[in-house]
Ligand binder design. Structure first.
Ligand SMILES: Cc1cc2nc3c(=O)[nH]c(=O)nc-3n(C[C@H](O)[C@H](O)[C@H](O)COP(=O)(O)O)c2cc1C
Length: 156
């Protein structure tokens, strides 16, 4: 049983680069073992993360993430059962909307700023998909400088 969960949160310390790197490193190290794939979007103090995998695994990880003191105001935007993964190749990808064309943001919302708390979960999901499809992905988690190559879960 595969599920996809999308949530938003606010970084406690304006998402420092150090925090982001630590979160990505943790995700890369842990997600493959539990079959989790997904994407993390970081913009200023905002996080938007999509987690995919088995129902038990996604729920267990989400509960851990909610308890993480590096962020607050964690809100589930979307939760669905899916027949296939959308981000199967990513143990945890990273996307930064600052680098996106403003038109991508404007296409889905009233202003060119990321506001997951103000739009529907479907809109945030569509936006994330589109940011991925444009050149906004700044690094596959396992291709970041200094990272040990880490195949996504489920791949040989
Ligand atoms: C925005 C955000 C996203 C995170 N994403 C993941 C993730 O995908 N996988 C993961 O294992 N930990 C992730 N973490 C870290 C977990 O919250 C937690 O610190 C980590 O699983 C280690 O837990 P432990 O200290 O109980 O071992 C994330 C944390 C934050 C703040």
């Amino acid at each position: 049983m595969l599920v996809r969960l999308l949530y938003a949160s606010r970084a406690v310390d304006d998402a420092s680069q150090k925090d982001l790197e630590a979160i990505l490193a943790q995700s890369r190290a842990r997600n493959p073992a539990s079959g989790i794939t997904g994407f993390l979007c970081s913009s200023g103090s905002l996080f938007l993360q999509v987690l995919e995998g088995g129902r038990m695994q996604v729920n267990a990880l989400y509960n851990q993430i909610v308890a993480d003191t590096r962020h607050k105001d964690v809100v589930i935007l979307l939760y669905e059962e899916v027949s296939e993964r959308r981000f199967a190749d990513w143990s945890m990808g990273l996307v930064t909307p600052e680098r996106a064309n403003a038109s991508v943001l404007l296409k889905h919302s009233e202003s060119a700023t990321l506001d997951p708390y103000g739009v529907s979960g479907g809109v945030s999901m569509a936006l994330l998909g589109e940011l991925m499809a444009t050149a906004s992905i700044v690094g596959r988690a396992d291709l970041l400088p200094g990272a040990t190559p880490q195949p996504a879960a489920g791949r040989p």
